[in-house]
Unconditional design. Structure first.
Length: 599
């Protein structure tokens, strides 16, 4: 029930024509481009294709509606009236709900009453709930209880109430400065009430079955002056549509715990109502505010993406969906103000049929479908960190982070990056159950960072227990050679080295005269390590270095030493005195020349 509809209902006596004219269109026929569809009060039961269940997908061959004056009635889809009932007091009906198991109907009126009629139109109960006037009613088919959103006796507050099936009040909650609009029952028996508050800001309340507050929210930048439509999906999320009276509309999704899921803002769009179909597609109806106006129907998926859009001459203010979608309103073609009901295929928004129901005022349409109550989903998603592995070292490149989420109803997955200060989030992309995101390591400081997965399902169960650590390191190892320059006859001399680095180990290589000789790919950090040439070395002088590359790809080089390998005996020449020299006394100089590779 849209807010425009409910205001008309609260201020005018409901006038609907007593004869329904069926205008059958061929199946699949597109809507008349000159039609103007606004909204009149109907409710549908449980045995064909239109329904007003707040809990179940109801199937019905009947349409509940108000007729001339204070007359209520039921017609079938061939335009034949099944029954009607005239009420005293001149009250207006704001919303209708139907029990799909019995076809009993509930009619909430402006004069503080709720009528319960059976399938033949006989009055079963006449509830007087003692407050100023009712706007919304819903049935909880798992408990049989009724929920009413009504204007309180002070005319400035909302009274949200639960009644049993015989009209006994079980609890009520008064919310000051609130005007109520629609009621819906969600997953786990959550009771949702929409309305407007101070400054006409749209509000959404959620209660449990005992009237305890779950939560309430009010979007700060959208108002409900012209409508607060309400719908729920099979996962327990709630959707509202509200415009600010200036052709700006907000369509907003909340998780079952009240957390904001997404918001879609539409400009030059006067929103009236929304509905959720059996496949959890969301349909929003409104117009462009022109004269004449153009209908705008947007179909969204649960992620808030528009997947289908239709526009044509006219205005739709109320919509209800199950396996099909149904709209109600008036046709202004050629000055004709007949109300019409139309049926649409939900998959492509092509029209199945429509029929005319007379020149009457606009009231409301009761939502035919709200997903059945199921057991609460309290299981957090099952999360596996696919890659990178824990303890990965990184430097400047992008690294792909991948997680596998085992969850029937996944919603959002984030990777939180934190070194203990200034954490930030990266939203993951879902590809067939594998969620991934690329993170630029050059944006992270050199440190150990925790990468934590935050995985939420559509009922806001969250798993944030799975994480890995990565080490961002852009500094090469600091090298040290234990040897100084030396001579040796060993053709495979040992070279002792050490390195310090943020990494636990490194790949270290021995070089002679700049030419690689051998590597140790598992050298431990801060440990004296011996590296030995791969094969015997020739006698020569070698400029010797060791370099180490850590797991982040950073390289450190040692200082150079000189290693002389020398296995040749010295070459000696006797210079003087000459062989056989005779001496008597005095000092004699003996001279020899010695040549050797080691100097």
């Amino acid at each position: 029930m849209s807010s425009d509809s409910s205001r008309v209902a609260r201020t005018n006596v409901l006038i609907l024509c007593s004869v329904l004219l069926l205008v059958a269109l061929f199946a699949g026929l597109l809507p008349n481009e000159d039609s103007r569809v606004t909204g009149a009060a109907i409710g549908i039961d449980s045995s064909f294709e239109i329904a007003v269940s707040e809990q179940e997908d109801n199937i019905s061959e009947y349409i509940w509606h108000s007729i001339v004056g204070t007359t209520l009635g039921v017609s079938n889809l061939t335009g034949q009236q099944v029954w009607n009932l005239t009420l005293p007091g001149g009250s207006a009906v704001n919303q209708i709900a139907v029990d799909p198991s019995t076809n009993d109907s509930y009619w909430i009126n402006d004069n503080s009453t709720l009528l319960k009629l059976n399938s033949t139109g006989a009055v079963l109960e006449h509830f007087i709930y003692g407050i100023a006037g009712g706007n919304g009613v819903a049935i909880n088919y798992s408990t049989g209880n009724l929920y009413i959103g009504a204007i309180a006796s002070d005319f400035f507050s909302a009274n949200f109430s639960q009644y049993n099936s015989t009209g006994g009040n079980q609890w009520y909650r008064v919310k000051g400065s609130i005007t109520p609009y629609e009621v819906a029952i969600g997953k786990n028996n959550t009771v949702f009430f929409s309305g407007t508050g101070l400054g006409s800001a749209s509000v959404l309340f959620a209660f449990n079955l005992t009237g305890g507050d779950y939560w309430n929210v009010s979007p700060v930048d959208h108002f409900g002056t012209s409508g607060v439509g309400l719908g729920v999906d099979s996962n327990g999320s709630a959707y509202i549509i509200a415009d600010d009276g200036n052709q700006d509309t907000g369509i907003i999704k909340y998780h079952g715990n009240g957390n904001l899921a997404w918001r879609r803002n539409l400009t030059n769009y006067k929103g009236y109502d929304l509905a959720v179909d059996i496949n959890d597609s969301i349909f929003a109806v409104g117009d462009d505010g022109g004269a004449p106006a153009s209908v705008i129907i947007n179909k969204y998926n649960t992620a808030g993406k528009i997947v289908l859009n239709r526009s044509f001459n006219g205005t739709i203010t109320d919509i209800a969906c199950n396996t099909f979608c149904y709209t109600i309103g008036t046709n202004h073609t050629g000055g004709n103000t007949d109300n019409i009901v139309a049926k649409w295929y939900a998959n492509n928004l092509s029209q199945v049929w429509n029929f005319t129901i007379g020149t009457t005022g606009i009231i409301a349409i009761a939502p035919p479908y709200t997903p059945a109550v199921v057991a609460a989903d309290s299981t957090v998603p099952n999360v596996t960190f696919s890659n990178p592995s824990n303890g990965t070292n990184a430097s400047n490149d992008f690294i792909a982070f991948n997680a596998t989420i085992y969850e029937e109803n996944p919603d959002t997955v984030l990777f939180e990056v934190s070194n203990g200060t200034k954490p930030f989030n990266i939203t993951a992309t879902n590809i067939s159950g594998n969620w991934n995101a690329n993170i630029n390591m050059s944006t992270l400081i050199e440190d150990v960072h925790n990468i934590t997965i935050f995985a939420n399902d559509t009922t806001d169960n969250r798993n944030d227990t799975i994480f890995i650590q990565i080490k961002v390191d852009r500094t090469g190892p600091v090298m040290f050679l234990a040897n100084t320059s030396f001579n040796t006859t060993d053709r495979t001399p040992d070279i002792t080295y050490n390195f310090t680095d943020a990494a636990f180990n490194a790949n270290c290589s021995l070089y002679f005269d700049g030419v690689w000789n051998i590597s140790n790919d598992a050298t431990a950090n801060n440990t004296n390590t011996i590296i030995t040439p791969s094969s015997g070395m020739l006698d020569a002088t070698y400029i010797t270095t060791v370099n180490c590359t850590d797991s982040s790809g950073n390289t450190g080089n040692s200082s150079a030493i000189t290693v002389i390998v020398d296995n040749a005996i010295p070459n000696v020449t006797f210079v003087g005195p000459v062989n056989g020299t005779n001496l008597s006394s005095g000092l004699i100089d003996f001279n020899a020349t010695v040549v050797d590779a080691s100097g």
